[in-house]
Design a protein around this ligand. Sequence first.
Ligand SMILES: NC(=O)c1ccc[n+]([C@@H]2O[C@H](COP(=O)([O-])OP(=O)(O)OC[C@H]3O[C@@H](n4cnc5c(N)ncnc54)[C@H](OP(=O)(O)O)[C@@H]3O)[C@@H](O)[C@H]2O)c1
Length: 254
Amino acid sequence: MKFENKVAVITGAGSGIGKKTALLLAREGAKIILVGRTQSKLETAAKEINEVCDNNSAVTFATDITKEGEVKVLSDFLKSKYGSIDVLINNAGSSGSASILELDLEDWQAIQSVNVTGVFLVSKHLSKLMINAPEKTDRAIVNIASLSGHKAGAKIPHYSTAKAGVIHFTKALAAELASYGIRVNSVSPGFTETPLTEEGLRNDSFVKAIERHTALRRVGDPTEIANVIAFAASSEASYMTGTDLLVDGGWLIT
Ligand SMILES: NC(=O)c1ccc[n+]([C@@H]2O[C@H](COP(=O)([O-])OP(=O)(O)OC[C@H]3O[C@@H](n4cnc5c(N)ncnc54)[C@H](OP(=O)(O)O)[C@@H]3O)[C@@H](O)[C@H]2O)c1
């Protein structure tokens, strides 16, 4: 199994892409720590994972990744329970909709806070646990960026900016952690069916516009993104660091 004896932390694991990634890694033998703000969502996800993976591998830890104090508590918990971690998936994120001329500073900052500052805080505190791992086996961080980090989308200037930041933060972190043998990459999903896009995808003309702009002519399934995240986190990607994997169904080539 690809993640046997590995300890993997996944933020935003209570729904969507994070939940699918948690399931995939658990199926491949990882012990999973599901992180997010809503304990009930995390518990439901853990129960679903533990039902299909008989090693009772999923545990939950409610944390708001924008609050450094809470991230430190998460880090202390991981250190006392597992000693070190092998895989970190920085997946938590959220979006909003506004034009620049109408965007409040508070909303701008909230989107930067969860999508990019949260990735910084979790990486800073949890990569120390990876550095101090007693066995220096392949360890990896995967940050979830977005197609919007490559191409600015209408009415999501705050989100596009934050996700472009995630792509560049990934490269900076990869350069810094390479000497410890820790790989860092990002995955940039295109339009994917999750709670984040649920409302928009109820609108037929929005779905048709996505289909028109996507070479593969359809919205993505979260498992199709999780597969690529799992690859980047696995030893199969052992010579890959500091890069971004675009999984957009061919949006940027149309
Ligand atoms: N779906 C797409 O089309 C798409 C496209 C490109 C990129 N992405 C990216 O993919 C990632 C996963 O999104 P998704 O589509 O799977 O949406 P999702 O189901 O809404 O997942 C996002 C998760 O992040 C958690 N979260 C939000 N704020 C948090 C915070 N401050 N602290 C901790 N956890 C927090 C949420 O749980 P709580 O609210 O309970 O905390 C939620 O479970 C995000 O980074 C998103 O930007 C998605």
